[in-house]
Ligand binder design. Sequence first.
Ligand code: NDP
Ligand code: 8X3
Length: 253
Amino acid sequence: MTKIALITGATSGIGYATALKLAENGYDTIITGRRLNLLSELEKRIKKNYKVNVLSLSFDIRNNDEIVKIFEKLPQNWQKIDILVNNAGLAVGLEPIQTGKIDDWERMIDTNLKGLLYITRKVAPLMIQNKSGHIINIGSIAGKEVYPNGNVYNATKHAVDALSQAMRIDLVGHGIKVTAIHPGMVETEFSLVRFKGNEKTAKDVYKGFDPLMAEDIADSIIFAITRPAHVNINDMLIMPTAQASATVINKEV
Ligand code: NDP
Ligand code: 8X3
């Protein structure tokens, strides 16, 4: 029977690359994100290239009422979710704690932390019913270290790290695997969002070194989900070769 994977934040970056790779590996995919036009384009691309089914669900992951309604209407044949990739997330702003914008903080906490919880709260019971499943949480090097002005983003990703450990404990008795994947710098729309559409500042983040590509993280997800049944990858920290820590990057200037 074909397996089903749900990927949050599939309209761009890591989630987009992961959805494509899961489809390439034969998974029926549930793709989610707010930008319906991008979801539709991805759905078309997957259907054109791979013989799998695709379900596009457009919603804001910060809105639990919306999520509950969508899951109430989830067709029966899409309910046996084997893989959940909790990927949707963002950084907004890069400012010291004393001048940070409350609205930026709320967007990060509501998306990276509460959104991940809302989805997991709906999918984990389905996996428990099926007595199997694999949850992949996308953390970050920002969840392993803190760096100047990263404060609230760092806190949300440290929370993802803690939640991954906690989920593993709560779900181990149900045969459900939990893997946390923590990337270093990946060139996606991430910096464009963090710097609120400033293309030059966003591009400069990845100047002078080879950052990770979204496909590198998608590959690591495929690796984690294709281990034998008795093997779980708890945690992966994946960095560009030129990046030694959150702040030490070997850049050519
Ligand atoms: P992108 O900005 O390219 O993608 C982010 C995705 O999250 C988009 O598909 C976006 O969809 C979705 N998203 C954001 N907010 C919401 C929301 N409120 N509701 C639903 N979906 C939402 O960034 P990345 O691919 O880089 O980021 C993916 C994950 O990887 C994030 O959790 C990020 O923190 C993490 N990460 C990124 C790193 C990097 O250097 N790029 C490094 C380490 C971790 P839409 O806008 O359509 O809603
Ligand atoms: C994204 C990578 O280093 O900007 O999580 O925090 S970093």
